[in-house]
Design a protein around this ligand. Structure first.
Ligand SMILES: Nc1ncnc2c1ncn2[C@@H]1O[C@H](COP(=O)(O)OP(=O)(O)OP(=O)(O)O)[C@@H](O)[C@H]1O
Length: 455
């Protein structure tokens, strides 16, 4: 067990010297002060684990109110700090009052050496256990959400995705760093989870960090952790995500968002396999498998000077490029049917299948948002399906995609026709002869189509 750091506060200097002598083997560091006004700055900036605090400081005053005041100041500044009180013989009532206010324990003066040592050591051990419990709770929480996510499996029918799955199974067993690239929603995170699931680290945690969601000022503390007092707001020790992933997998999503000035720090972690939390100079060894993902082109970022080439070489031992959904149409039907099953159960709907025309519409759409968009399209269709047994083309609504001022409509031929007629009616201020002329059809044909499309 590591030794703690003690701060002892008493206005009697000979008591402080005696404490230093007595406790030197029990603590890694003992700092003594006779003026409690120094407490706030020491507590905020120092690395102390516990405080031994006298109850009275002004000559002739022995109400203990000063001790109670400093106890609550310490609790305000550092809620995780343990405080043991020094009270004069006969002040037991005062000591009980202090315990109710959150002091960890008290020792009566004149003290018994062994009793004092045992009390301080026990309080320190208790504090360490509380810390461990807190860390374990964080880990359990992360594991739980990971288990939820692990229930999603990759569906693959296209030759490209089947090749990727093959590669994933081969690479998973090694500790090689993997870089996954591809557009948003193509399934990069799902592939990272699959790599972890098939790796020899699968019983350990996979820690995901969304680099796109962390503000620049918090990057370092999120990844490397910090020591209490390392900067304003660092009220407690915090383990960084890299250390949290120890023995498991670290997934850095949107790695392209890592600011260039922090890239050497990540590179150093990967080279030396240690992290140094902010505010300490104690490197902590870490054993992690690294998977990174980005929707940007890393080679272009290197050429633009926004990504370090040496870091790219470190992270892309194996590079997996996930194609957009429109380039692997064979996957669309299987994924759509999978999500139909998921959402009909979730929303308790009778809808059981997607009609052939409905599937054709899904297959021909370009899916700019990839699998995530397909998932949402199916979810929406199921929610709105009432008592239907089958989803048809009308159940899927897609936004038109506009390019350079020209309308490129996505959807079935009939949908495109309806949209073109509606657009022509609007641009010709409902002058139907002009509309028919523009579209190159007779007025009768235009009327028929308007009736058909309810225009
Ligand atoms: N092949 C697949 N089979 C089943 N579900 C998939 C597949 N690919 C992606 N998904 C689902 O689509 C959604 C988006 O996938 P994921 O988050 O892995 O994409 P991503 O590429 O990491 O996205 P982003 O770049 O936006 O972070 C998730 O709900 C995921 O479960």
């Amino acid at each position: 067990m590591t030794k703690g750091k003690l701060l002892a506060v008493d206005d009697n200097k000979s008591i402080l010297s005696a404490l230093e002598l007595l406790l030197q083997d029990d603590f890694e560091e003992i700092k003594t002060i006779s003026n409690p006004n120094q407490l706030p700055s020491l507590i905020e900036n120092g690395e102390f684990d516990l405080v031994l605090l006298d109850m009275n400081f002004s000559a002739g005053v022995n109400t203990g109110n000063e001790g109670l005041y400093w106890l609550s100041r310490i609790q305000e500044l550092r809620p995780d700090m343990e405080v043991v009180l020094f009270t004069a013989y006969g002040d037991v009532e005062l000591a009980v009052k202090a315990l109710k206010k959150g002091a960890a324990d008290f020792v009566l003066k004149p003290w018994d050496n062994e009793k004092l040592r045992a009390t301080l050591n026990n309080v320190y051990k208790l504090q360490q256990s509380k810390k461990e419990i807190k860390q374990l709770k964080q880990k359990t929480q992360a594991l739980r959400s990971e288990m939820d996510r692990n229930q999603h499996f990759i569906i693959a029918r296209s030759p490209q995705m089947l090749d990727i799955l093959n590669l994933v199974r081969k690479v998973a067993q090694t500790d090689a760093n993997v870089l996954i690239t591809g557009d948003n929603g193509t399934g990069k995170e799902l592939i990272a989870r699959e790599l972890h699931r098939h790796s020899k680290r699968s019983n350990e945690i996979m820690v995901s960090v969304d680099m796109g969601a962390i503000s620049e000022t918090l990057f370092e503390s999120e990844l490397f952790g910090h020591k209490k007092g390392a900067f304003t707001d660092a009220r407690e020790d915090r383990t960084g995500k890299i250390e949290n992933a120890n023995n498991g997998t670290l997934f850095l999503d949107e790695i392209g968002n890592l600011p260039i000035q922090l890239q050497p720090k990540l590179l150093a972690v990967l080279q030396n396999r240690v992290v140094t939390p902010i505010g300490t100079n104690k490197p902590v060894p870490v054993d992690i498998r690294l998977i990174c993902a980005t929707n940007r082109n890393p080679a272009t970022m290197v050429a633009e000077g926004t990504f370090r080439e040496d870091l790219l070489y470190r992270i892309n031992t194996i590079h997996i490029e996930v194609p957009p959904l429109r380039e692997r149409k064979e996957d669309i039907e299987a994924i759509a049917i999978h999500f139909l099953e998921v959402y009909r159960n979730k929303y308790r709907k009778p809808v059981k299948k997607i009609s052939a025309a409905g599937l054709a519409k899904l297959t021909h759409y370009k899916w700019p948002g990839n699998v995530r968009e397909l998932q949402h399209a199916i979810e929406k269709a199921v929610i709105l399906s009432d008592d239907k047994a089958e989803l048809t083309p009308d159940d899927f609504f897609f936004q038109p995609v506009i390019h350079d001022g020209d309308d490129v409509f996505e959807g079935t031929l009939e949908e495109m026709e309806r949209k073109m007629i509606a657009k022509a009616i609007k641009s010709n201020n409902s002058n139907l002869s002009a509309v028919a002329g523009q579209l190159g059809v007779t007025r009768q044909t235009l009327y028929n189509k308007m009736k058909k499309y309810n225009l």
